[in-house]
Design a protein around this ligand. Sequence first.
Ligand code: ADP
Length: 169
Amino acid sequence: MDVQRIIPVLGDITKQDVDAVVNAANNAMRGGGGVDGAIHRAGGPAVLDDCIRRFPQGLATGDAGWTTAGNLPAKWVIHTVGPNHAAGQRDRRLLESCYRRALEEADELGARSIAFPLISAGIYGWPKEDAIRAAVETIVASPSQVGRVALVALDEATVAAIREVLLGS
Ligand code: ADP
């Protein structure tokens, strides 16, 4: 994917006007903290209902799957489970797989725009600079047809760090 299609965005992932928002979910897919909590709060109970219906066994680390977005502006939530660095899961290929698999799901859905948070960079404790590099490298290497990819962060320092990595890509 052309790096020009990746846009750093300061803001809340639940407010993004895109076809698909990516959730930093956990294996159980029954809600959690951080991005996951925010998406379930803003999306409403339809998101959890669809998680239970479509993913009775949850999702493996590094995998991705979609549900309805409920009350969010997006059409779909693409849930993906990053490696829990804080718990000792440090295989970077699993983190890269999250971005690759989420973009594959987006292509299957025909999504034209997608918003990612920095998977694993919060509660799961992946070092932020490397989390940004993994995100950008994997999105750039993807054959995805998605036209616009927002990389969303809550603070200006992180957005500036994303911008830096994009400039060097
Ligand atoms: P993980 O459990 O995969 O680490 P988190 O949800 O804890 O996921 O955090 C992932 C990243 O998303 C962190 O950098 C965190 O600061 C950021 N984040 C948390 N809430 C939001 C939100 N509502 N919108 C955008 N980014 C968010």
